[in-house]
Design a protein around this ligand. Structure first.
Ligand code: HEM
Ligand SMILES: *[C@@H]1O[C@H](CO)[C@@H](O)[C@H](O)[C@H]1NC(C)=O
Ligand SMILES: *[C@@H]1O[C@H](CO)[C@@H](O)[C@H](O)[C@H]1NC(C)=O
Ligand SMILES: *[C@@H]1O[C@H](CO)[C@@H](O)[C@H](O)[C@H]1NC(C)=O
Ligand SMILES: *[C@@H]1O[C@H](CO)[C@@H](O)[C@H](O)[C@H]1NC(C)=O
Length: 321
């Protein structure tokens, strides 16, 4: 019974995947000749950085998502502000997308091994895969050949989905990047890693709506524990909550938590309340293999968005050439 159900889901996912057009002409073997050590250099840098700072995986995964969503996967997120321009990295949700130094370190080593060859956008995509695999998640072959962007604007971070979004808004935000409902629910599983500041979920804990003080889709005991972590006065600027109970392990616990009303963001918990997304949450909560397989597929889809096939390979991650 369980396995025939699993098979049906596998077929549905496969159909959803086939229908998807793949626009970008990226290639898994892009650097095979021009920089054969590229992936090894990036992996070693990411692995070492993670040993020193366990927050690195979550930050690099989120960095890839933000970079791709803002103006396509073009490493615009790495550019520094200039006197006349405030860059993405200094835009509003600036609270936890740090760890830029890891990408900078990898890029410095790559410039020594094979100058002006590996784009910063590809380094981010490879690092995002590596942190998932290093945290116990799936491995996939990253398509490469992106060029780097030259524009980065702080005001464009408003185009990121908000944690208060409902399912229709989430679907629309992902669809605008060529991503399906399945991609949206699957990629939200990135919240199996990492941490959130109180400000990102606090509106669910008091004066939520006209009729409810606390978001009624939230498990009551869980709401109380979040309130304790986020006292309204005397709280440190790092106050907040881990995104799932195994937040340094890439697993399907995120979906299990949603089933029990313990999604941290409204945008996580709403996935259970809508028939378009509920079945996917349930599938992944019961079948980690299916989640891993689909996460790999959806990360490749995310990495195809807005790719620049011509342009520059930035020498320094922080400045255009
Ligand atoms: C579906 C829409 C999404 C919304 C509304 C959303 C929102 C957020 C918010 C508000 C935070 C916490 C920021 C903070 O307070 O520090 C966060 C953290 C995070 N997000 Fe998302 N996110 C979404 C999708 C994604 C996707 C697609 C990924 C990656 C595949 C992702 C990966 C992460 C990670 C890893 C963290 C933890 C960062 C850390 O620990 O530093 N998110 N997200
Ligand atoms: C490993 O990471 C630490 C902390 O970021 C850094 O100081 C050190 O130089 C790194 N070592 C290598 C071999 O990259
Ligand atoms: C973003 O973070 C940096 C470093 O933490 C800080 O210097 C800067 O002022 C922040 N920018 C915004 C807009 O919050
Ligand atoms: C951001 O600002 C630029 C000009 O500085 C403007 O052209 C653009 O439309 C703005 N984008 C958003 C999303 O507000
Ligand atoms: C989702 O939010 C938008 C914007 O606030 C609203 O117009 C829409 O009615 C909401 N949809 C649902 C199904 O709640």
């Amino acid at each position: 019974m369980a396995s025939s159900k699993g098979l049906i889901f596998a077929i549905i996912f496969a159909v959803l995947t086939i229908v998807k057009p793949s626009e970008a002409a990226l290639d898994a073997h892009y650097y095979d000749r021009s920089c054969p050590a590229a992936e090894k250099i990036i992996l070693e840098t990411v692995r070492n950085a993670t040993l020193y700072d366990p927050k690195v995986p979550a930050r690099l995964l989120r960095m890839f998502f933000h970079d791709c969503f803002i103006r396509g996967c073009d490493a615009s997120i790495l550019l520094d502000s200039t006197r006349s321009n405030q860059a993405e990295k200094d835009g509003p949700p600036n609270i936890s997308v740090r760890s830029f130094y890891v990408i900078e370190d990898a890029k410095t080593k790559l410039e020594k091994a094979c100058p002006r060859t590996v784009s910063c956008a590809d380094v981010i995509a490879i690092a995002a895969r590596d942190v998932v695999t290093l945290s116990g998640g799936p491995y996939w072959s990253v398509l490469k050949g992106r060029k780097d962007g030259t524009i980065s604007r702080a005001n464009e971070t408003v185009n990121l989905p908000a944690p208060t979004f409902n399912v229709s808004q989430l679907i629309q935000s992902f669809a605008a990047r060529g991503l399906s409902v399945k991609d949206m629910v699957t990629l939200s599983g990135g919240h199996t890693l990492g941490f959130s500041h109180c400000s990102s979920f606090e509106s669910r804990l008091q004066s939520f709506s006209k009729f409810h003080d606390i978001d009624p889709s939230m498990n009551f005991a869980f709401a109380q524990s979040l309130k304790k972590k986020c006292p309204r006065s005397n709280r440190g600027k790092n106050a907040g909550m881990v995104l799932d109970s195994t937040n340094s392990v890439f697993d399907n616990d995120y979906y299990k938590q949603i089933l029990s009303g313990k999604g941290v963001f409204g945008s996580d918990q709403v996935l259970l309340g809508d028939s378009r997304t509920k079945w996917i949450v349930e599938t992944f909560a019961h079948n980690q293999k299916a989640f891993f397989r689909e996460f790999a597929v959806s990360m490749v889809n995310l990495g195809n968005f807005g790719v620049k096939e011509s342009g520059q390979v930035r020498v320094n991650t922080r400045f255009i050439n």
